[in-house]
Design a protein around this ligand. Structure first.
Ligand code: SF4
Ligand code: SF4
Length: 243
């Protein structure tokens, strides 16, 4: 049985949010949309996002590291969000393991939100239905797209190729190879949900910064030195300063 999933490499994610915005752009205009925004240009903007990147510091400055952690529905193999749904709106597809919500059956009771241990469900406050990552199910099978584009929007957009997509049940797939070779792991396996999405752990690199490295040698705000201007030699700069 096929189980489609994402594998996210935490070594190369730079927290640029390209996955967040491409997800929102594709899905708000696709079959899972619209994805509402509230107070989009105000002080506290909020809205429905299928994919979010959490950023936090590990360690103590200056010997700390910034970790970017993208998270969306993990398409669990035993999803607790499905059996709690009183209307059958939440379901897991047999053919590819994608967990979806049928908006026409959803009554917005949010039982699934309580059941999901990963905080992956997003209630649409305007439509009062539950929404979540669909693995771009309306894109990955679209025969009108070139084969190279039949991937989730987030995978296509990631500038560092931190996101891989494929069948975790196929041992030869790119995702299975990455999990096997780079120590891919599941989030909170103790919950017994068997998330299909995996993460590739950050490699442990010892980062030691010395005090004299904290100041930029080319600090443009520092006025006690002047860098040569491109295309000008030192003598012409002296001339310029005499103007
Ligand atoms: Fe359900 Fe949450 Fe698992 Fe997604 S991550 S399948 S919403 S339990
Ligand atoms: Fe089912 Fe919708 Fe209630 Fe979630 S919010 S449990 S999908 S009816």
């Amino acid at each position: 049985m096929t189980q489609l999933a994402l594998v996210i490499d935490l070594n190369v994610c730079v927290g640029c949010h390209a996955c967040v915005t491409s997800c929102k752009e594709w899905n708000t205009s696709g079959s899972a949309g619209p994805l509402c925004d509230e107070n989009a240009y105000g002080q506290n903007p909020t809205g429905t996002f299928f994919n979010r990147v959490q950023t936090f510091e590990v360690g103590e400055f200056p010997n700390s590291e910034t970790v970017h952690f993208p998270k969306s529905c993990l398409h669990c193999e035993d999803p607790p969000c499905v059996p709690v749904c009183p209307t059958g709106a939440s379901y897991k597809r047999k053919e590819d393991g994608i967990v979806l919500v049928d908006y026409d059956k959803c009554i917005g009771c949010e039982y699934c939100t309580w059941a999901c241990p990963y905080g992956a469900r997003e209630i649409d406050e305007k439509q009062q239905v539950m929404k979540k990552c669909t693995l771009c199910v309306d894109r990955i099978y679209d025969q009108t797209l070139p084969e190279r584009d039949r991937k989730p929007a987030c995978v296509k957009a990631c500038p560092t190729s931190a996101r891989l997509f494929g069948d975790v049940h196929d041992p030869e797939s790119v995702v299975s190879q990455a999990i096997r070779e780079d120590g891919g792991y599941q989030l909170m396996p103790e919950w017994g949900t068997h998330p299909a999405n995996h993460y590739l752990p950050r490699r442990k690199t010892k980062l030691k910064i010395h005090a004299d490295e904290l100041e930029r040698a080319d600090n443009p705000l520092k006025l006690d030195h002047q860098l040569p201007m491109p295309g000008k030699d030192e003598s012409s700069m002296d001339d310029a300063s005499a103007w």
